[in-house]
Design a protein around this ligand. Structure first.
Ligand code: PLP
Length: 698
């Protein structure tokens, strides 16, 4: 049974059961080619005719043309090609056509890309002109009035896909009065949500995509006003009255027909008032779960089915991940790469600050949404809020349970390390990066730690910002040196007999080792001392900015984990003589997991997602197996324990298999022979194992 809650309907929607039935019928019973004149063909043709007739009534096509195609991108290209071919002909005939191809700043990329493409291919050399939008995302009508006389074509959307903001089509039409510009309105997000009566407007072209409203992907429609110029994008067998050749996608058209007739009957989809109620409930849940949440779209000017929001201090990646773990499918308001989300150009155009644009999440549902789904979504949102609070990502009244051991922050490129002692609630920060200031500060405050020292491996590294942010949570040493190291720390004898200065942290000490040779570099060693000595074998971790193996070799052991403060290749930690790993050896296919677990009852499932993802996970166990939460930032700590204990199989998993592969490879390099990554991650494996209570590392 799926526990997924799909709230990404502006990207695509589930397919209406009646549409699936219609598609099945079109493939099974009425499989003919609608161009054939025999009875089998005629049966198929009736699907085409009925769907078109329904669309014509519903959209107010009047005496205009309506053709089926593969979707809005094709429709946009057909419209732009048609307009630009006609403009070129008119210009060649000596007519003034204007110089601008105007498009709204928040249009879907298909629009400016198509304009640029055909402008170039047709050699028109017109100027693409981005029409600004106001703070609410509405097209600027004064700006449009200004450019209307020079506009050859104007492209605007009926409703925006990221924000749901509804365009003032009457206002745009009024601003275009007197202009000869051809007008395209992208109606993709409007279908089924806004009343359309196309032939009563001056709109020349209106593209649609079926999959935004419960039809399958790969089917769409294009409306062309009677008398508007038209050039086919695809010629051939003359289907669609010669407007769009190629044998029709009958399954798609039949499915679209089922959706359109449901829309026309008015008995399937919910009305605006109910949808507004659903949006209000989701918004209230978000406000309660995520303090400080701001909505990026004005509800009174947007479709009721779209929410777009950002949360101070949280990236869209983090929000996406926690929602995904809770099996609530939403999308980042912007295209996001592996770690950093690019700001959304739609929100940028609305003048929103960078944090809101780069941190945006879009939650969208369709008019088929029901009470139970919205109620379940609200519960999951609360669950996500609790998971983020427990992980110190958002403020919480109750202090979170303290972590113990080592924590690596910033797993890509440079990194900072924190050594935590839960018993004494004290910690040391090593090589803090300015980018991590807020994270370290909220982590320390939330778990009520006292920072004993902030030390660096190079002199004069900036610490002031973090010290200021930590306030009373930092123990100031008036006599700290240029590495942040207390000058009067106790001394300890290292494995090579040399004395070193050391800070006590619970049972362990952090000892400072100058790397010598006039080098300014320092390394730090962490381990449990034995009678005033820190023998090489007791050194669990060594921190350094660069591998200083010669120096470390004398004071640490082969199993000491070297923790770099640069980690471009996501190695997390290494040893003096790492083993080569082959990615394939470390991969376990999800289909083979059950058998693997049966064959290895002692295997440990390790979830390397972030703690908030782990905490938000709702799915039941994998054959009753519990999983241990070890986010990548904690891998070094756990690796040290796993390598010392008797080796049992470790099966790392994450959402997609990327993070877990890095973890498995790290363990293999360190000498663990039975570390595996679940290929394809939870996304392919189905349900996640039940979380284990968080144990502390040995
Ligand atoms: N226009 C808008 C507003 C959209 O939201 C989309 C799809 O996201 C498109 C155009 C392109 O539609 P398709 O990918 O179905 O061709």
């Amino acid at each position: 049974m799926t526990t997924e809650i799909y709230l990404d309907s502006n990207a695509t929607s589930v397919v209406l059961p009646a549409a699936i039935a219609a598609a099945t019928d079109a493939m099974g019973q009425r499989y003919g080619n609608p161009s054939s004149t025999h009875a089998t063909g005629l049966k198929a043709k009736s699907i085409l005719d009925q769907t078109r007739a329904c669309a014509v009534r519903l959209l107010g096509v009047g005496d205009g043309r309506l053709m089926f195609n593969s979707g809005a991108t094709e429709g946009i290209h057909t419209a732009v090609l048609s307009a630009l071919v006609s403009l070129r002909e008119r210009r060649a005939a000596g007519e003034a056509i204007g110089s601008l191809l105007v498009y709204g700043a928040t249009e879907h990329k298909a629009v400016p890309e198509s304009l640029a493409h055909w402008n170039r291919l047709l050699g028109l050399n017109l100027t693409l002109h981005k029409l600004p939008v106001d703070h609410d995302g509405a097209h600027s009508l004064p700006a449009l009035r200004e450019v209307a006389p020079q506009a050859a074509m104007v492209c605007t959307m009926a409703a925006n896909n990221e924000t749901g903001v509804i365009s003032d089509l009457d206002g745009i039409a009024a601003a275009l009065e007197g202009s000869k510009a051809l007008w395209l309105v992208d109606c993709v997000q409007a279908l089924g949500k806004l009343k359309l009566d196309l032939s009563s407007t001056r709109i020349d072209y209106a593209p649609f995509s079926g999959h935004k409203l419960y039809a399958p992907k790969g089917v769409g429609m294009l409306y062309v006003r009677a008398g508007a110029p038209f050039t086919p994008l695809i010629t051939g067998g003359g289907q669609e009255g010669g407007l769009r050749s190629g044998t029709e996608n009958m399954a798609g058209i039949a499915a679209l027909g089922a959706v359109l007739s449901a829309l026309e009957r008015g008995d399937t989809f919910r009305g605006t008032a109910e949808l507004c109620g659903f949006r209000a409930r989701l918004a209230d849940s978000l406000r309660a779960a995520l303090p400080g949440v701001v909505f990026n779209n004005p509800f009174d000017k947007a479709l009721p089915t779209t929410l777009n929001f950002a949360v101070p201090g949280l990236s869209s990646r983090e929000l996406m991940d926690v929602f995904d773990a809770a099996e609530v499918r939403v999308s980042a308001g912007s295209a996001c790469s592996s770690s950093k989300a690019a700001p959304s150009y739609v929100l940028d155009a609305m003048g929103l600050p960078l944090w809101r644009s780069a941190g945006a999440i879009r939650m969208s549902f369709g008019p088929l949404a029901d009470e139970a789904t919205i109620a379940a979504a609200c519960e999951r949102i609360a669950r996500c809020g609790a998971a983020l609070r427990a992980s110190c990502l958002i403020p919480s009244e109750r202090g979170a349970a303290p972590h113990d051991g080592l924590l690596q922050l910033g797993v890509e490129g440079a990194c900072s390390w924190m050594v935590l002692d839960a018993a004494s609630r004290s910690c040391i920060v090593i090589d803090p990066l300015p980018d991590h200031t807020a994270r370290i500060e909220s982590y320390v405050r939330c778990q009520n730690y006292q920072v004993q020292a902030i030390v660096s491996t190079l002199p004069n590294a900036g610490r002031d910002m973090l010290i200021e942010a930590l306030g009373r949570h930092f123990n100031r040493h008036a006599d700290a040196d240029e590495y942040g190291w207390p000058r009067h720390a106790a001394s300890i004898v290292l494995g090579n007999g040399a004395g070193a200065s050391a800070i006590q942290l619970g049972e362990q000490v952090l000892a400072c080792v100058p790397c010598g040779g006039g080098d300014e570099l320092r390394a730090y060693l962490l381990g449990a001392p034995q009678e005033g000595r820190l023998p090489a074998a007791a050194v669990r971790f060594a921190f350094s900015a660069r591998p200083a193996l010669q120096v470390l070799g004398a004071v640490s052991a082969g199993h000491t984990l070297l923790c770099p403060t640069r980690d471009e290749h996501n190695q997390f930690c290494t040893i003096a003589e790492p083993l080569a790993t082959l990615a394939a050896d470390a991969q376990l296919d999800s289909g083979a997991l059950d058998a693997f677990l049966q064959a290895h009852p002692d295997a440990c499932l390790v979830d390397v997602r972030e703690p908030y993802e782990f905490a938000a996970t709702v799915a039941p166990a994998w054959a009753g197996r519990a999983a241990l939460s070890v986010p990548l930032g904690r891998l070094a700590e756990y690796a040290s324990a796993w390598l010392h204990a008797e080796q049992t199989p470790l099966v790392f998993f994450c959402r997609s298999g990327n993070r877990s592969l890095k973890a498995a490879q790290c363990l293999r390099r360190l000498g663990h022979r039975q570390a595996y990554s679940l290929n394809g991650g939870l996304a392919l494996a189905g349900a996640a194992p039940a979380p284990l209570p968080l144990p502390l590392a040995a």
